[in-house]
Design a protein around this ligand. Sequence first.
Ligand code: ADP
Ligand code: MG
Length: 302
Amino acid sequence: MESVLALHNISKRYGPIQALNDVSFEVPEGSVFGILGPNGSGKTTMLSIILDILRPNTGNFSWFGVLGGSPDCRKKIGSLLETPNFYHYLSAVDNLNITQAISGRGTPADIDAVLEIVNLTQRKKSKFSTYSLGMKQRLAIAAAFLGNPKVLVLDEPTNGLDPVGIAEIRRLIKELAARGVTIIMASHLLDEVEKVCTHVAILKKGILLTAGAVDEVLVNEDIVELSSSDIDLLENVLQDYPLKTNIKKEGNILHLFFPVGTANLENINQFCFEKGVTLNMLLYKKKSLETKFLELTSATNN
Ligand code: ADP
Ligand code: MG
């Protein structure tokens, strides 16, 4: 997969506050990429940097392989960082006409299409002031989608919405992704990222903890670490061990992966012994979404 955006060693300070610390990752084309982290972890700062609203102190980034992006690249990127100022007494159509004229993104002919995408066609003539919060947010996404961008950057798009509004926005994000739009969205909700995103970068206090495919990063599984003096023999023997989902070798240690709750150390030990391999290390590690999230959000764990 091509990468749409690549960040290289981005750091950003606000006076004494290190908001981002040497952050690097890539966003694959067609992904729904979540920037996950608690409040204050640097998500908005990061989105502001990739949108040229803020300059990093060090590091750089490329859009579509172009270092720093280019005016041509910008046209392919729609964004929603802060709720735009729509006119309360004007309709959705009139508001989008104004947004389109000011931004120059897309043409007036696109307005009906974006309203259809965000499912506001039936209410397009209603005054903005009559909209629910969810509808207002969908109108904001419609505005960001003017000009048919290849990438949408959204900062906490479901914040402040009621459950119905949240469900609508999540469904819209998936629909846009199904059209081939790459979505980059900040969220402080693990659950949201798990439900909506294909990829994730987890930030804590400006430091990137991990990044990658959601089903790899946010795995819900048991991991057993084990070792013996002949690691290759051990690896061979374990090929026949039932129930495991994967084996990975890291240096002198093997990582055995199991569906959550199914790893059994005694069985593993006995199995190896019967095959003539004596273990010198056997360790159970439970990695779950909750563990990951606790690592991330724990106030005591600095
Ligand atoms: P998030 O979006 O994840 O909540 P932010 O990027 O908004 O995080 O903030 C990251 C850190 O930088 C926080 O400690 C925040 O207080 C600080 N910060 C953000 N913007 C500014 C600013 N303009 N001036 C000073 N500190 C800021
Ligand atoms: Mg923020």
